[in-house]
Design a protein. Structure first.
Ligand code: THU
Length: 132
């Protein structure tokens, strides 16, 4: 599945976002080291703090399907606001920590919008992240 276009997949995934409160749709597409694709979208809740980000819905699905040894090769995050505008938005702090849990030294995180795309390593996004 290496030829998969993660941007196209993340754009498709964000259409399923449940975001009646922020009206901000986010889609995440991940490629695992095993070569599989998983996608996710943000799922909000009337109790706002229960909201789950797109990155975490995609990663939890990957673990559920591949098991605890799942590793991320690439993560791509896309978004669209209620005006139809899409700019590259980096993952939130919680998602950075969540990505780091399943990352290797080679994992790449991309965030994309109409104006272009940014690619970062996990250590650039989360220097000095938490661990025991
Ligand atoms: N959101 C994500 O899905 N990923 C992030 O990394 C940051 C924020 C979602 C959560 C909420 O539904 C909406 O974007 C606005 O914060």
């Amino acid at each position: 599945m290496d030829k998969v276009d993660l941007k196209t997949e993340a754009d498709k995934a964000l259409e399923n976002a449940y975001s009646p409160y922020s009206k901000f749709k986010v889609g995440a597409a991940i490629l695992t080291e095993a070569g599989n694709l998983y996608t996710g979208c943000n799922v909000e809740n009337v109790s706002y703090g229960l909201t789950i980000c797109a990155e975490r819905t995609a990663i939890t699905q990957a673990v559920a399907r591949e098991g605890p040894d799942m590793k991320l090769r690439e993560v791509l995050i896309a978004n669209r606001n209620e005006k139809g505008v899409s700019i590259p938005c980096s993952p939130c702090g919680a998602c950075r920590q969540f990505i780091a849990e399943f990352a290797t030294q080679n994992t790449r995180v991309r965030y994309a919008g109409k104006s272009g795309e940014v690619t970062k390593s996990v250590s650039d996004l989360l220097p000095d992240g938490f661990s025991f």
